[in-house]
Design a protein around this ligand. Structure first.
Ligand code: ZN
Length: 113
């Protein structure tokens, strides 16, 4: 499960950032996960609980914001929400889609005290 490694890096970055800001406590960590990033939000949520045990982030809440996958078809020019089951254009059926949004995996915000 590669989400464990990803979650561990989210936790590491959050701890580092909180320390840099002289936080006493981190109340929540908000992350953006794109639908096309290949990262399963539920798995990140599950791993997060395990990763923060006995760390500076213990008790902190994880807020996941899912970013829809958007793209543009290179064949017919249609702008569409990418269907993650088929990855095909719903207008012409082409698989040549330019991804314009949805590969994000970022820490958006830390709520600190
Ligand atoms: Zn198309």
């Amino acid at each position: 499960m590669h989400e464990l490694g990803i979650t561990q890096s989210i936790v590491d970055i959050a701890i580092k950032t909180a320390r840099e800001q002289n936080a006493e406590k981190v109340l929540s960590v908000s992350v953006e996960i794109g639908e096309l990033s290949g990262v399963v939000a539920d798995a990140v949520e599950f791993c997060f609980e395990a990763c923060i045990q006995k760390t500076f982030l213990q008790g902190c809440r994880l807020i996941i914001e899912q970013i829809p996958g958007l793209g543009q078809c290179e064949e017919c020019g249609a702008e569409l929400k990418i269907d993650t089951m088929t990855f095909a254009c719903r207008e012409c059926g082409s698989y040549k889609l330019l991804r314009t949004q949805g590969e994000e995996l970022n820490i958006k915000e830390l709520e600190i005290e």
